[in-house]
Design a protein around this ligand. Structure first.
Ligand code: ATP
Ligand code: MG
Ligand code: MG
Ligand code: MG
Length: 482
């Protein structure tokens, strides 16, 4: 089944169950101080759960563009390394606002996966909330009983509060959830562990695909839980993961969602996918990141030095640097993939076609300017190596490598790689020390003024996620005068 058809089948299935098909909300959120990017399907319905406004229809379904690169959900470091976490992905969902509850949500999820999509029952297992004594929360025996009518009992696993109890925030609607996982290991792989049922994250081919959340409590300001007057259902299924299962692939990147992008990367760079792990990671990172950046620009969020724009700039630079380091791409090329993406996804998301020229131009300009910075950093690194060699040293001081990173945005792994190639070493401890000193200085400075530094904190957790020097060129010319 082609991905286009997989998406449509999901929406049609719930439409037949009297759900209204609604559009994805924008991926970039402009008017919520607590969230920069949509990270789940439920975000756009928050007000209904909080009782602030009433929905037109109490059953809806959609596919939502999500981005998980900051705050509570930050999957960035996984992306490209594993084969099923993306920065940008689609979350298919169905909702009940005070209408149906666990029975229907469970029965329909099963009907869709097994009867409609035809997934082998023996590949599936589910989790239910095991309860939590400290909160006086009982095991979700209701969900268990509904599942027990559909699936072997030994395929229903208990899950703890962290994985199987969902909360919107410190206060507000919350409740147990039930997750559906697929086990698509080959028989040979299964034999290695004696056929035991593995849980998500134990193995790359055992993954969570769908999360059914049952909102039945309200977390009060004093931390206590009250029953909600109306119960809601909120579900989210990873579209790319579903495609992996239905297309009999072992990786999201092997589906038709990513193959056109990967083919184009192979053509442009001359590097084939499936040869070395390092190049494969680079290809996956680029195929993933171009989606995040393109969808963001289509939503009106351009790369910049602050807030959401800065997050997008860093994602794009991460892709550029993987191409530069591992695929030998020293000139802009990621912008070309925007055309492939618009061609492939433009029917489901017309904004990609409507904004295609803007997306291409913005990415190309960003690539040009960051590649220039990388070039200048390389010249500097060469001169550092030459002077170290002239002094019979075989290591570059950590503070010097930090200067490259700090002033030119020159990535430390690239520095390390180049040094290795030239038989030199990097003083990593010195680098870490210089980095720490810089962070301390910047924290102190940002308390009084915010000039050269952007200190980026994701809004919802105040978690520190990065620094960027704004005026690299000024520092470059300053350095040259020395
Ligand atoms: P995981 O445990 O795999 O990180 P999750 O529990 O964080 O997933 P949920 O918040 O429950 O995910 O989101 C609902 C569904 O969205 C998941 O079951 C999964 O199929 C999909 N999903 C979540 N994060 C990603 C991601 N980064 N890339 C692709 N799909 C994702
Ligand atoms: Mg996760
Ligand atoms: Mg999970
Ligand atoms: Mg989950």
């Amino acid at each position: 089944m082609k991905s286009q058809q997989i998406r449509q089948t999901f929406l049609d299935f719930f439409k037949n169950k009297q759900h209204e098909i609604v559009a994805s909300a924008p991926m970039v959120i402009k008017n919520d101080p607590t969230l920069m990017f949509t990270n789940a399907g439920m975000n756009q319905f928050k007000e209904y759960f909080l009782g602030i406004s009433d929905p037109k229809n109490n059953r809806v379904t959609d596919t939502q563009k999500c981005l998980r690169v900051s705050g509570k959900h930050n999957d960035l470091e996984e992306v490209g390394v594993d084969t099923y976490h993306h920065t940008m992905f689609e979350m298919l969902g169905n909702w009940s606002f005070g209408d149906y509850f666990k029975k229907e949500a469970i029965a329909w999820a099963w009907e869709l996966l097994v009867d409609v999509y035809g997934i082998d029952k023996d590949c599936l297992y589910v989790t239910i909330f095991e309860g939590d004594a400290s909160e006086n929360l009982e095991r979700d025996t209701e969900a268990y009983d509904f599942w027990a009518e559909l699936i072997d009992k030994d395929r229903i696993l208990n899950g703890n509060k962290k994985d199987n109890f969902w909360e919107m925030g410190d206060q507000g609607p919350c409740g147990p959830c039930s997750e559906i996982h697929v086990d698509i290991r080959s028989d040979a792989e299964k034999a290695k562990v004696d056929g035991a049922t593995l849980v998500n994250a134990d193995h790359p081919q055992v993954v969570e695909i769908w999360n059914l959340v049952f909102m039945q409590y309200n977390r009060m300001a004093d931390g206590s839980l009250k029953n909600l007057p109306a119960q809601h259902v909120d579900t989210g299924m990873g579209f790319e993961r579903l495609a992996m299962v239905l297309q009999n692939k072992q990786s999201n990147y092997d589906t038709d969602v990513f193959q056109p992008l990967i083919n184009e990367i192979e053509t442009i760079t001359g590097h084939s996918y499936g040869k070395t792990e390092q190049e494969d990671i680079a290809i996956r990172v680029i195929a993933d990141h171009v989606r995040a950046v393109s969808f963001s620009i289509a939503d009106g969020q351009l790369p910049s030095n602050t807030g959401a724009g800065y997050v997008i700039r860093r994602i794009l630079r991460r892709a550029i640097r993987y191409g530069f380091t591992y695929l030998d791409k020293k000139e802009p090329f990621i912008f070309k993939l925007a055309t492939t993406l618009a061609h492939q996804m433009g029917d489901a998301f017309p904004e990609l076609k409507a904004q295609q020229d803007l997306i291409i131009n913005v990415i190309k300009e960003e690539e040009q300017s960051f590649l220039r910075t990388l070039d200048q950093g390389l010249i500097l690194l060469d001169s550092m190596i030459a002077s170290a060699k002239a002094n019979s040293q075989n290591a570059i001081e950590g503070s010097k490598a930090f200067e490259l990173y700090d002033t030119f945005g020159f990535p430390i792994d690239l520095t390390a790689l180049i040094l290795r190639e030239k038989g030199m070493e990097l003083d990593e401890k010195g680098f870490d020390k210089a980095m720490q000193e810089q962070k301390d200085r910047s924290r102190a400075a940002s308390a009084t003024s915010a000039t050269d530094w952007t200190e980026l904190r994701s809004d919802d957790t105040q978690e520190f996620i990065g620094y960027d020097r704004l005026e690299a060129d000024v520092f470059i010319s300053k350095y040259r005068k020395v």
